[in-house]
Design a protein around this ligand. Structure first.
Ligand SMILES: [Zn+2]
Length: 230
């Protein structure tokens, strides 16, 4: 996560399946760190430019950092989800690329901004997911293609109408999306009343309690929650 006086970004690097050659000597944490740095540098000074432009440029900058050492055409190159929120004048602007949600409480109505294209693939074999990644009829993530930024969902809203705002990595929204122990309103309430640590502790408890046979994907996932005071 990176944040400034009027913006915040949550990035979550995706872990490659074991044995997959990413063509990259770096790992997803490296990608998320450098993407976060490149975004922070732009968000700090370029407040007139749209979020998707800044994200596209940040992806391009990170590509340039490893183009000489790594094969950026490899479809398994490290990737990250991106959730961004920025206050600009009277508006609150949001952007989500992949499945880390931004949640807004708009005059009491909780809205979830989440790109769920990855949940609607026709197949989840290694090959199918690889082919769908950063493809027109698949799903988009921040990796080696700057144009992915323009596939993100984004919007703006009158800041005065927003009572609460929060960003979650997809590992931090599992109480809703994987375990179903909370709905979205409940997740936002828990985060605000008990704090991000409580969300993460309850997520870890649910992950630990999950029977082996019921598990899809990884047991534990990185969890980040950013809460805004407006
Ligand atoms: Zn690399």
């Amino acid at each position: 996560m990176v944040a400034g006086p009027d913006w915040v970004v949550v990035l979550d690097g995706a872990t490659a399946p074991p044995g997959v050659d990413s063509g990259c000597v770096h790992n997803p944490a490296w990608l998320a760190r450098h993407l976060g740095g490149a975004l922070a540098a732009r968000l700090s000074v370029e407040d007139e430019r749209p979020l998707d432009d800044l994200l596209a440029e940040a992806i391009k900058t990170v590509c340039e950092l490893h183009a000489d050492r790594c094969d950026l055409a490899n479809p398994d190159s490290p990737s990250a989800t991106v959730a961004m929120l920025r206050r600009r004048g009277d508006a609150l602007e949001w952007l989500v690329l992949a499945d880390s949600p931004v949640m807004l409480d708009v005059e009491g109505e909780v809205r979830v901004m989440r790109d769920d294209r990855v949940d609607h693939l026709s197949s989840y074999t290694l090959q199918a997911v690889r082919a769908a990644r950063n493809a027109a009829d698949g799903f988009w993530v921040a990796s080696t293609r700057p144009e992915a930024a323009y596939e993100a969902l984004s919007g703006r809203i009158d800041a005065a109408s927003v009572r609460r705002a929060a960003l979650f990595s997809d590992g931090a929204s599992r109480l809703v999306e994987r375990f179903g122990t909370l709905d979205w309103d409940g997740l936002l309430d828990l985060a605000y009343s008990a704090g991000p640590q409580a969300v993460i502790e309850r997520t870890r408890a649910a992950e630990s309690a999950e029977p082996d046979g019921a598990r899809r994907g990884k047991r534990y996932d990185d969890a980040t929650v950013a809460l805004l005071r407006l």
